[in-house]
Write a protein that binds this ligand. Sequence first.
Ligand SMILES: *Cc1c(COP(=O)(O)O)cnc(C)c1O
Length: 346
Amino acid sequence: MAVVKATCYGHGVEVAELLSSFGLRDFGVSSVEEGCELKKKGIAGNIYILGGFLPWEAEIIVEERFIPVVSSLRDIECLEEASKKREKKAIFHLKVDTGMGRLGFLLQDLKPDILETVTRNSFVRMDGVMTHFGSAESDTMYTRWQFELFSRFLNGLGLDRKNLLCHCCNSAGFLRFPEMHLNMSRIGIALLGVSPNLEANLVTQRGLKPVAQLKAMVKYTKNLPPGFRVGYGGTFTTCRDTKIAVVSIGYAQGIFRNLSNRMEVLVRKRRARVVGAISMDQLMIDVTDIPGVQEGDQVVLIGRDGEEEIRVEDLARLSETIPHEILCSLKKVKARVLVNGDRSST
Ligand SMILES: *Cc1c(COP(=O)(O)O)cnc(C)c1O
């Protein structure tokens, strides 16, 4: 399953369209709205609603043949009611909470009689059973424990497992625990060529390359004397004759302000440090040691320029967050250009 929630992690719905053109047939989104957006783009196949739903969304779920994840009896009852009303069978995957504390039935609440009612109900059909790892990117022991609980639950189901999709892996689970793949994995960030943790080699060693690049432009350059303050709050003061380039991107376009004085960018195939506080639509870089920088020069914030590369994982480390959050901020970027968007040129 390609997890394409949050508009393909800020990349744009085109990613889902491309995957669909490659023949992918299972897509995971968070909400009914996101599911409808995929449908509108003509994406065929199974659309899973991973983030749960509210009672009044059951009818549209049944109507559109979305496959929601259910976490309570109420969820199932809502689907049953909608199914009767719309005269269409409701299909769902059952979610169990093995240690994430988010959606899903607690194992102790799933008494055998509940499962029996569910499997005997002719208006609803359980096509899959899933759980979600809380720390697959960092905690091997805990993930093994969650998997053990899930496996025990599956073994105790007493159902014909041949007709049941069982899944627990996100990207981290998939990359780190091949023995836990079962018969489906839910892959989000790894599909975009970015690691689910700060270790880029988790994806690079498999030949996965980042899908997104982020570029801006030098808008203006100036030479400052030593002792001159740069940016709001004066968080940087020049200590030498300094050539500053003003770059046309800021926190309104998704560059986290806490990367001020921390992140680097690429100009003319060289690294330049961001100096001073990042503004709303602009940031300043120190280009004193890079000859020839001028207005209109390309600035790479994510991606490659010559031998140098800046990765999402680097930015996540500097910003003290996870790569997922950096990617989602890409949705704020003003202009997106689809590169190699059609299959023949990919
Ligand atoms: C977002 C999500 C995923 C995908 O996570 P990645 O780390 O991006 O691979 C998988 N399963 C569920 C339930 C999710 O919400």
